[in-house]
Design a binder for this molecule. Structure first.
Ligand SMILES: Nc1ncnc2c1ncn2[C@@H]1O[C@H](COP(=O)(O)OP(=O)(O)OP(=O)(O)O)[C@@H](O)[C@H]1O
Length: 226
């Protein structure tokens, strides 16, 4: 399953935010989207989910043009989105928060998704019945990752999954992402620095002021020497 953005333009209140962004995430690929604060990473994520309106350009999923497809229909394609601010419902439990995509989309098998996530992140089992508001920021990131995994069997969009997370938890999140072996699961990870993910990405697209300025192939032999 391949995601392709072609010359995408997004403006907010007449200000150009994305300026001709082209990007491709291959089947099973883990791609980084790296850039400073305000470079446009979140807007790229929101364009893919259909939450940001494009003024020009196209989004393709597996060669199908989904540019005009509503966000809820894109979710049905198996897109999972972990927003930077996590967006958990404070009064719901950890488990209820993770089941939200399954409540909204009857094609998602909630119990099966939960089983998968608990298997991958056993630490979430212990906090399953705890309300989200009682969790630390890092724990909330884990729950948001779990929720995105339940929704996103095909494409996982992770916005700053390591930001503000203690090093041990960041390492754990990195391990979880690396261990995903889903058939052809494509992953796009937005971040302002590479440090936590150099060993989990195959390529990174560098974004500056709403433009992709280069794509780096991350050399696995170099990685082994690090
Ligand atoms: N709703 C909005 N109204 C006005 N400007 C906006 C809005 N959303 C984004 N912007 C502007 O668009 C630009 C890109 O924002 P975006 O959130 O996509 O960047 P980012 O790379 O994700 O940065 P960060 O890591 O700080 O979230 C910024 O200059 C921001 O100020």
């Amino acid at each position: 399953m391949t995601l392709k953005l072609e010359k995408v333009e997004v403006s907010i209140q007449a200000a150009p935010i994305l300026r001709g962004v082209s990007l491709e995430v291959g089947s099973g690929e883990r791609m980084g989207l790296v850039g400073r604060n305000g470079a446009g990473k979140t807007t790229v994520m929101r364009t893919i989910t259909g939450l940001a309106g494009m003024s020009a350009g196209k989004v393709f999923w597996n060669d199908e043009d989904i540019s005009d497809m509503a966000p809820r229909d894109r979710a049905r394609l198996g897109f999972g989105y972990m927003p930077e601010d996590r967006r958990l419902v404070p009064d719901l439990t950890v488990e209820e928060n993770m089941l939200l995509p399954a409540w909204a989309n009857d094609e998602i098998d909630g119990p099966k998704g939960l089983e998968f996530v608990y298997d991958l992140m056993p630490e979430l089992t212990k906090m399953a019945s705890r309300k989200a508001l009682l969790l630390s920021g890092g724990q909330q990131k884990m729950v948001a990752l779990g929720r995105a995994l339940i929704a996103g069997g095909k494409l996982l969009l992770l916005d700053e999954p390591f930001e503000g997370v203690a090093p041990a938890l960041a390492k754990r999140i990195s391990e979880v992402i690396t261990s995903l072996k889903g058939e052809g699961l494509s992953v796009l990870i937005a971040q302002s620095e590479l440090s936590h993910s150099v060993d989990l990405l195959q390529r990174e697209s560098v974004i500056e002021r709403g433009e992709i300025i280069r794509v780096n192939v991350i050399d696995s032999t170099l990685r082994e020497k690090l």
